[in-house]
Design a protein around this ligand. Structure first.
Ligand code: NAD
Ligand code: WQD
Length: 341
């Protein structure tokens, strides 16, 4: 009998890749998603990759009766909780929407887990909890700064809620840095709805001719080339980190009930380095201009990864060139689909 892992938000960008990696590692993914930021085509992509259609429930996670039904139908061994809204700017405009979904959703998932005696969860946190760090790289013990957006606050609060429930629930709290790339097959990837806010989808759409040019938000920062630095992490590496985290929970290897890990490569790349790597690896020119700074941008952040390597036994395997190659491959697949529809 395979261990069953409930993947909330399992048709989203990170959830869909994780569902595939879970299956490949011998788990049975059970997916719940309300399609608020994804499409059913992700389920078809997963199906093509794993060779069968995983159990899928189109439900809102805040709907406790609907969640209860899933737990009744499946003996769930662990939960990976991805389902949340994630757009920083939108969270400033619609804070209630973010607190409702990200906090209300987490509470509903935890209530249901508790009712069914399921006590293992992997939580999607974010490097956003560190804010503008005083020192880089950031370590897990680096104190959090006050959140700069309601979105960031929901991640800090989510961590706090899980920390307050350690008397019954074991948590692997994964703080992702900047997830990018796609499955190398091009069958699943990120689906940005509307005009992308994030660098990589904007870049790939510009390369595809959907956007006229990319704006680099500021080149006079105090960094080697003047542009901001981030720790970009391939979504496949990220998905594999979730498998490790689930294994640690199921095999009861946790040393503490609440464990937190940085999930990054440990290397920072500037915006200009990202553009250049994309152009070199894909042999394509990306029109860009230097524009004003984007308000709220952190100047530079990358992960200290010693803890995750030593304790979780996970290390990122894919470099920036692979991320840019797979991101472009996915954009080409997406463009084909749009053209054919
Ligand atoms: P995503 O939007 O692609 O995936 C989230 C999925 O959850 C979507 O398919 C959406 O339809 C679903 N969802 C949202 N609210 C729901 C609800 N109430 N009920 C059921 N389904 C719901 O986002 P992602 O990039 O895959 O991110 C996954 C998680 O990782 C989120 O919690 C996000 O905050 C966190 N995270 C993401 C990033 C990033 O840059 N992508 C970085 C750090 C942390
Ligand atoms: C990356 C770099 C921009 C777009 C966001 C969230 C964070 C986390 C990850 C969820 C920055 C620059 C961007 C563009 C640009 N998500 N840029 N032109 O802001 O690091 O992080 O996603 O938890 O919470 O804030 O990612 O991809 O938006 O930006 O120059 O058109 O690219 O200034 O330096 P960010 P991003």
């Amino acid at each position: 009998m395979k261990n069953k892992v409930l993947v909330t938000g399992g048709l989203g960008f990170i959830g869909s890749h994780t569902a595939v990696c879970l299956y490949e590692a011998g788990f049975e993914p059970i997916i719940v998603d309300n399609l608020s930021n994804s499409k059913i085509s992700a389920l078809h992509g997963i199906q093509e990759l794993i060779g069968y259609k995983p159990s899928f429930y189109q439900n809102d996670i805040s709907n406790i009766p609907a969640l209860t039904k899933i737990f009744e139908e499946h003996k769930i061994d662990a939960v990976i909780h991805f389902a949340a809204y994630k757009a920083v700017g939108e969270s400033v405009e619609f804070p209630l929407k973010y607190y409702q979904n990200n906090i209300g959703g987490l509470l509903a998932v935890l209530e249901t887990m508790k009712a069914f005696n399921v006590n293992s969860v992997v939580f999607s946190s974010s490097c956003t909890v560190y804010g503008e760090p005083d020192q880089v790289p950031v370590m897990e013990v680096t104190p959090m700064k006050e959140a700069e957006s309601p979105y960031g606050a929901t991640k800090q609060m989510g961590e706090r809620i899980l920390n307050d429930n350690t008397n019954w629930c074991n948590t692997q709290c994964l703080r992702y840095f900047n997830p990018v790339g796609a499955h190398p097959s091009g069958k699943i990837g990120e689906l940005p709805l509307g005009i992308p806010n994030n660098l990589i989808p904007y870049l790939t759409q510009t390369a595809a001719g959907i956007r006229k040019e990319l704006t680099v938000f500021g080149d006079k920062y105090n960094t080697p080339d003047g542009t901001c630095i981030r720790d970009y992490i391939h979504v496949m590496d990220l998905a594999e980190a979730h498998v490790k985290a689930v294994e640690r929970l199921i095999e009861n290897k946790q040393e503490e009930a609440f464990e937190v890990f940085n999930i990054g490569t440990g290397t920072g790349s500037s915006v200009l380095e990202v553009i250049k790597t994309f152009e070199d690896v894909n042999q394509i020119n990306v029109p860009y201009k230097i524009g004003p700074r984007r308000s709220g941008d952190v100047v530079q952040v990358w992960a200290e990864t010693t803890k995750v390597e030593q304790v979780l036994g996970w290390k990122a395997q894919r470099d920036l060139s692979t991320m840019m190659k797979d991101a472009w491959n996915w954009q080409l697949e997406l463009s084909k689909k749009t053209f054919n529809n």
